[in-house]
Structures are given as structure tokens and as C-alpha cells.
Design a protein around this ligand. Structure first.
Ligand code: BTN
Length: 258
């Protein structure tokens, strides 16, 4: 685990240029002090695989289900473009790939886990969220945009279940180094790991497994025990009467965010 005790380096183009990863993700990183959302900005640019838009603050950051994503200085807010071979590569699986990449990276700094499908949690608090959007041209998906918000050195949150690396460990971190690590690990998972290995490792870090989960399903809330994460990334849970596979949705996990 890296000791970042006395370091406090905010995001900057200069620092990112100096340490940027040599691979696909982040081969072109464009930094802004402030944006409405990194999704808005990346859509204005010519999309190439690996293009990454980063900012230090968002004025209109958003998350899943139309929620606001608090985006104060001290966090890392970025979106990168991917063009996987669609058809062979199931889009929800990209979410699993990115969650594992981020979890692997952040585990260099603090112990963390994944709440299915793609929240990163530590000590029952959410420290990172991931949102994947598709870009379609002529009715066909041409790219995926993966937006990631990581609470690093920011320390004030509107929601009680949010936390940052700093609020959990008391340390400050070099945001540029954390971004580089996330891009490197995500690229490793995306380009070097087999689907089987990805799911095996994902399951090791997934807090849902064996826990009581509740989900809105067919218009009602149902609870059961999460029993598995399938090869395609769906979550299986068992109620008293049936076993259900869900591919997406908002799941609450007993003991997490409570
Ligand atoms: C979630 O709801 O958990 C997903 C949160 C995703 C937030 C990130 S921050 C960078 C990118 N820009 C946004 O406006 N949202 C995503």
C-alpha cells in the first residue's frame, strides 16, 4: 500500500503530462480546472479510443438514475472513450471491467471493495462511482464513454454514505498519481485479462456476495441473498421461492451505506 502521508498534489495538465500512462487509456489526457461535466466536454471532441477528459471540479456532475454527483475540488472527475468490439463485448460487462480496474488501483492506497455493479466502497461508504454511456451513430453503438468520480482529498459531502480517501485514512494524496494508477489498472483488465479471470477477481472484491440484497424488480421491492455474479456480469440472488438474475438496477446491500 502506498504511503501518501505528506503529499498533496492537485490535478494539473503539467503533472498529468509528466506521469501519464504510456498505454491506450490516457494516451491523450486533457485537463480542465472546471467543467459542467466531463461527459459534456468529451462529446464536443473528436472521439478516439483512450481519450480522457479530466477536471478538478464539475458544476453539473451527474451519476446513475439522474442523481447529482458532488464534484468539489479534491476529487478526480474524468471520462474516457472506449471502442470495444461491439457484439463480442457485452456493454454491461464494460462496467464490471472498469469497476475491477478502479478497485485494483485504489487498493494500492486503501482497502476497498466493489458494490455490484460498480460502486467502490470502503468501510461501508461510497468513495467512487462509475457511469457508462453509449454513443450511437446511424443507430449503431460506436463508442462507450466511461465517467468516473473518485473522492480523494475532498472532505465535505451532502450524503451521509459518501466518503473520500482522505476522510477515511486522514492522509492527503497526489490526485495525478491516483488517476494514472486507475487508467493503468483499467487498461490492464480491459486488454489483458480473460472474462473468466475478470469475474473471478471481481467476485473476490464484491461485497454483495452472501449478503442480503434488496432491489426494485417488476414494480416491487424484493429481497434475497446474493449468491453469485455470472460470467456476463449479472447478479444472482435467491429469495425464499426463486433465484433471480438481474443485469442492471439499483441494489441496496444490508450493512453497506447504512
Ligand atoms: C454513480 O452514480 O455512482 C456514478 C457517478 C459518476 C460520476 C462521474 S464524475 C465524472 C463523470 N462526469 C459526470 O458528470 N459524471 C461522471
Amino acid at each position: 500500500m502506498q504511503n501518501s502521508n505528506k503529499i498533496s498534489a492537485s490535478l494539473s495538465q503539467h503533472a498529468l503530462d509528466a506521469i501519464k500512462p504510456s498505454g491506450l487509456l490516457g494516451k491523450k489526457i486533457i485537463f480542465y480546472d472546471e467543467l459542467s461535466s466531463t461527459f459534456d466536454k468529451i462529446k464536443e471532441l473528436p472521439l478516439t479510443e483512450g481519450l480522457t477528459v479530466v477536471c478538478a471540479k464539475q458544476t453539473n456532475g451527474f451519476g446513475r438514475l439522474g442523481r447529482t454527483w458532488e464534484s468539489n475540488k479534491g476529487g478526480i472527475y474524468f471520462t474516457f472513450a472506449l471502442t470495444p468490439p461491439f457484439g463480442n463485448f457485452e456493454i454491461p460487462f464494460v462496467t464490471i471491467v472498469c469497476a475491477l480496474g478502479v478497485c485494483r488501483a485504489l487498493r494500492d492506497f486503501l482497502p476497498c471493495s466493489i458494490k455490484w455493479p460498480n460502486d467502490i466502497v470502503c468501510k461501508s461508504k461510497k468513495i467512487c462511482g462509475i457511469l457508462t454511456k453509449t454513443i450511437a451513430e446511424n443507430g449503431k453503438i460506436s463508442a462507450l464513454l466511461v465517467g468516473i468520480g473518485v473522492n480523494v482529498n475532498n472532505d465535505r459531502f451532502d450524503v451521509p454514505h459518501a466518503a473520500s480517501l482522505k476522510t477515511i485514512t486522514g492522509k492527503t494524496y497526489d490526485e495525478n498519481i491516483i488517476l494514472r494508477k486507475i487508467l493503468e489498472e483499467t487498461e490492464f483488465v480491459y486488454t489483458h485479462m480473460t472474462a473468466g479471470d475478470i469475474i473471478t477477481e471481481y467476485k473476490k472484491h464484491c461485497v454483495n456476495l452472501g449478503r442480503q440484497v434488496t432491489i426494485a424488480y417488476k414494480g416491487k421491492e424484493i429481497s434475497g441473498i446474493c449468491t453469485d455474479i455470472q460470467k456476463n456480469g449479472s447478479m444472482t440472488f435467491s429469495t425464499e421461492t426463486e433465484s433471480i438474475d438481474i443485469h442492471s438496477g439499483e441494489v441496496s446491500v444490508k450493512g453497506i451505506y447504512e
